[in-house]
Design a binder for this molecule. Structure first.
Ligand SMILES: Nc1nc2c(ncn2[C@@H]2O[C@H](COP(=O)(O)OP(=O)(O)OP(=O)(O)O)[C@@H](O)[C@H]2O)c(=O)[nH]1
Ligand SMILES: [Mg+2]
Ligand SMILES: [Zn+2]
Ligand SMILES: [Zn+2]
Length: 389
């Protein structure tokens, strides 16, 4: 069973479908037809016109089109007809749901996390990250990298999925684990879907979001300290001024998103939920330096090519302490009751408070501990070892 990374339908491997290659290079092939399933996913009024999709008895890598007898290797999801990347069919895929209130920093986090994995962190952990499809490359460039790293402007608020379809980012993550005697290569496909905070606040979340959460193998919650009233005193002056604006917006209550998403996950499960959840305080650069001094959070992680479990415990305890201090221990209590595996994190994607509403700090993007939640998830997925020292 795999989950389609585009429509999040569960697909049995024997139901993977194929699309005819169509006519090309004067080769005979089926004529293109309107693809209603694809049109429905994209929310377009007129369905795109593409060569037909067909099912086969035993889907392998290739199949012969019953219409034109031409061989094709274009595998698609039987529900939405999106192309399934070969790597996605071959490797276990993990769908990571990234959720949080509007403005919590989700899009910025994705932009910086991918950038870090492709550069510094990737090198440190011997991890390579490669986009599985062209749309991922295009989308990452256009919506994330170009504005943030190219133009040095902050990202715009993510549009509601109702306004138009948004494709997930699908990456193949490969890691070479160096053992004492031999090294082994492990791969998994990572599907990141950038939700709009706006879409998570409606009681009747869209069907796509429901399927998305239902298919999630892990959840990352981002909690904005600016949205936690108790955190006010701990904020840096500039951040304190700005956080006042959020108080009027009831929709920015971070706890709200957590309970809503948990209720949805619960519909399919009784007892503590087994899906691992990483709960991260985003934007920790807004906290006064005094807060962070002498703390676990302030120590940079040592590059050890594994998850440092002692460091993990220390950070978890420190965030728990902060929430407690801010009279937000209900968050931690609730998570403990609902989830069998949850872990608390603190991170900053930008590393500094933006000087205004539009631009990145002149000192540049200096992320801090952005990879921590993912490392913990890789550890839970058994791709990364955990060590105590
Ligand atoms: N200080 C600080 N501010 C941040 C950081 N990351 C994001 N922000 C601020 O938070 C704002 C919102 O960030 P986004 O990434 O767009 O938030 P989002 O969760 O994607 O919001 P929606 O798409 O509306 O749901 C940004 O414009 C920044 O001003 C950070 O690491 N530090
Ligand atoms: Mg966004
Ligand atoms: Zn699909
Ligand atoms: Zn054909």
């Amino acid at each position: 069973m795999i989950s389609c990374p585009y429509c999040f339908a569960k697909v049995a491997r024997r139901r993977i479908a194929f699309r005819c290659m169509g006519k090309s290079n004067r080769m005979p092939g089926c004529d293109p037809v309107p693809d209603e399933a694809m049109g429905a996913l994209r929310g377009d009024a007129t369905a795109p016109v593409l060569p037909p999709v067909f099912a086969v008895r035993k889907p392998g890598r290739r199949a012969v089109c019953p219409g034109c007898s031409r061989e094709t290797g274009w595998r698609v999801c039987p529900s939405c007809h999106s192309r399934l990347p070969a790597e996605y069919c071959a490797n276990p895929g993990k769908i990571v749901a990234l959720v949080g209130a509007k403005g919590a920093g989700k899009s910025t986090y994705i932009a910086v996390l991918i950038h870090e994995l492709m550069n510094r962190v990737g090198e440190e952990l011997d991890v390579s990250l490669v986009a599985c499809d062209d749309r991922t490359i295009e989308r990452y460039k256009q919506d994330f990298a170009r504005p943030l790293y190219g133009e040095r402007t902050l990202l715009v608020s993510t549009q509601s999925a109702e306004a138009g379809p948004r494709d997930p980012l699908v990456y193949l993550l490969t890691r070479t684990a160096r053992g004492r005697f031999r090294s082994r290569v492990e791969s998994l496909t990572l599907v990141l879907f950038d939700t709009a905070g706006e879409d998570l606040r409606h009681r009747d979340m869209s069907e796509l979001h429901l399927r998305y959460l239902g298919a999630a193998d892990a959840v990352i919650f981002l909690l904005d300290p600016l949205g936690l009233p108790g955190a006010h005193k701990a904020l840096e002056g500039a951040a304190r001024e700005r956080s006042g604006a959020l108080d009027d917006d009831l929709m920015s209550d971070p706890m709200d998103v957590i309970t809503r998403v948990t209720e949805l996950l619960r519909s399919k499960d009784r007892g503590p939920l087994t899906v691992p959840v990483a709960v991260a305080l985003s934007k920790i650069d807004v906290l006064r330096p005094a807060m962070a001094r002498q703390s676990a959070l302030h120590r940079a992680r040592d590059p050890i090519r594994a998850l440092d479990l002692d460091d993990r415990d220390a950070v978890h305890e420190q965030i728990r302490g902060l929430l407690d201090e801010w009279q937000e221990s209900r968050i931690d209590r609730y998570l403990g009751q609902q989830y069998a595996h949850y872990a608390l994190f603190g991170l900053s994607a930008l590393g500094a408070i933006p000087p205004d509403e539009k631009t990145v700090s002149p000192s540049g993007i200096r992320p801090y501990r952005v990879e921590d939640p993912l490392l913990w998830l890789l550890y839970r997925f058994k791709i990364l070892d955990g060590i105590r020292r």
